[in-house]
Design a protein around this ligand. Structure first.
Ligand code: GZL
Length: 326
């Protein structure tokens, strides 16, 4: 369906040539020479639930500022209805492109069709939607969350190679969110030996407070926990607080593996309270700007752009932390 948007954007490109003003499907930008300064983008962010999200927001705002592109920004406080309201508002304002990180995978087809009918291309960043109709967005830029879960699982297999029985508790991300679904799936793809048992799994909603609260409950109901698999650093950091309050030593009595690699998580890894972190990069700003510029210029964009990321042991974190951007 890129062709459709390319068609619209190509028409827009022709109009820009004729009238000198940019505007994908909408007429958000008036006048100007059709450069970046004429583009108006609406971004509907999930919220500010974690260090990762804060870093993601900061990087997106930086990139659009540097590119001279007007960015209308909204924080949905992790509520889907707020993101839908924001997207509808951007449609009303006839922005040139809409970008957003879907807080959950489902329930987007109606509003995305409204954007499509308004001729406004949509870019997914960070998280995916489960829409069958891939014409509803021009590109999805973000991590491979299944791979992240598999990388966490591979470390677990190695770390506990000599163990006979490993009791695991899982702090899941936001219920219904692509990173929560996929990190759970990826982990289970590789942690298959029957000696591993996920004795408890519950959402901590990607927040530090949520991780702490759920871990407190896990500790009360499970006497012998060997490992915490937290879908993000913030929930892992909350779990550390609960483990220490219970008089246990995180990273030793109970090992912890998390995903993200934000500064606070990396510091806990250096301090030995977390044992391994799978990176999930929030630095999507420059790539998003490039996608927006291509779409408005009528150029094809890749349907799926996977961000590059790695993993960190304690030693690797000690080396990387001083230069960490987030
Ligand atoms: C992953 C992102 C997740 C992070 C969490 O790309 O959607 O949401 O892993 C954040 O820290 O809250």
């Amino acid at each position: 369906m890129i062709k459709k948007f390319t068609g619209v954007a190509a028409t827009a490109a022709m109009l820009i040539a004729l009238t000198g003003c940019a505007g994908g499907g909408g007429s958000g930008a008036q006048g100007g020479e059709g450069g970046s300064e004429d583009i108006v983008v609406g971004f509907a962010q999930v919220g500010a639930e974690s260090g990762w999200r804060t870093a993601n927001t900061t990087d997106i705002k930086r990139a659009f500022e540097e590119a001279g592109i007007e960015l209308k920004f909204s924080d949905a406080q992790q509520k889907q209805e707020n993101q839908i309201k924001a997207i509808r508002s951007y449609i009303q304002q006839q922005v040139d492109v809409i970008a957003f990180s879907p807080v959950v995978e489902s329930g987007w087809d109606t509003v995305l069709k409204e954007a499509k009918d308004a001729g406004i291309p949509v870019v997914l960043t960070d998280r995916a939607v489960d829409s069958e109709d891939e014409s509803l967005y021009v590109s999805f830029l973000g991590s491979d969350f299944v791979l992240e879960g598999e990388r966490a699982g591979e470390w677990v297999n190695t770390e506990f190679a000599d163990a006979d029985q490993v009791n695991i508790v899982e702090l899941q991300g936001t219920t219904g969110a692509a990173p929560a679904n996929d990190r759970a799936e990826g982990f289970r793809n590789v942690v298959t030996d029957p000696k591993f048992e996920v004795v408890a799994s519950q959402t901590g909603d990607f927040t530090r407070a949520g991780g702490k609260q759920v871990m407190e409950a896990f500790l009360k109901s499970n006497p012998d926990i060997d490992l915490v698999y937290a879908h993000n650093d913030d929930m892992g950091l909350g779990a550390i607080e609960a483990i220490e309050a219970a008089g246990l030593v995180p990273g030793e009595d109970i090992k912890i593996v998390t995903v993200d690699a934000v500064k606070d998580g990396m510091q806990a890894l250096v301090d030995g309270k977390i044992n391994f972190i799978v990176e999930c990069s929030p630095l999507l700003g420059d790539q998003l700007v490039e996608i927006v510029q291509k779409v408005v210029a009528g150029e094809d964009v890749e349907k799926r752009i996977v961000t590059e990321e790695t993993t960190f042991t304690q030693e690797q974190a000690a080396e990387a932390l001083p230069n960490r951007q987030y």
